[in-house]
Design a protein around this ligand. Structure first.
Ligand SMILES: [Zn+2]
Length: 166
């Protein structure tokens, strides 16, 4: 690691901070030659794919870095006041990241990620699941949301009556 001021390679770590939300470790270094300070960031290398945003109206495709904090916020919103622990939400996100890493894609549609969230929430809490689906599918697709609610109710009904699903 070269000092950005003098190019020397001898530096000493004077402070280390971790940012779990972004899965980053930052190190403050002191150059042993010129005495100036600089920072380095350490991040896991198995990279997550870029996210392609859906573009209603035919706007040009936008690609952005996978943003765990943003994904977490959107899931927390759907889970507001529901009996779901933050640990469960973190596990859901970690699972999604693991799947994305395993598939080793260069880029992935935001739709695919949304579907993974929906799938995960379906097992956690049906209200959070429906809330997320409504936001994700959008109000244009109310029929799909209605279909999902009917499917859930039917499933619940059949579970309560120990009936076999058709
Ligand atoms: Zn230096």
């Amino acid at each position: 690691m070269h000092c950005p001021f003098c190019g020397a390679t001898e530096s000493r770590v004077v402070d280390t901070t971790s940012d779990p939300e972004h899965d980053e470790i930052r190190r403050r270094r002191l150059c042993q030659v010129c005495g100036k300070r600089f920072s380095t960031v350490e991040r896991v290398r198995a990279e997550l794919p870029l996210v392609i945003k859906d573009n209603p109206g035919g706007a040009p495709l936008r690609r952005e870095a996978f943003d765990r904090a943003k994904l977490r916020r959107s899931i927390l919103t759907a889970c507001a006041k529901r009996p779901i622990s933050e640990a469960a939400i973190d596990r859901l996100i970690a699972g999604i990241e693991a799947r994305l890493r395993a598939e080793n894609l260069g880029e992935v549609s935001s739709r695919v990620i949304g579907e993974m969230v929906i799938e995960g929430l379906r097992d956690l809490d049906e209200i959070a699941y429906i809330r997320y689906a409504i936001v994700f599918l959008g109000l244009e697709d109310l029929a799909a949301v209605q279909g999902e609610i009917e499917r859930l109710l039917k499933q619940k009904y059949s579970n309560e009556h120990h009936a076999q699903p058709r």
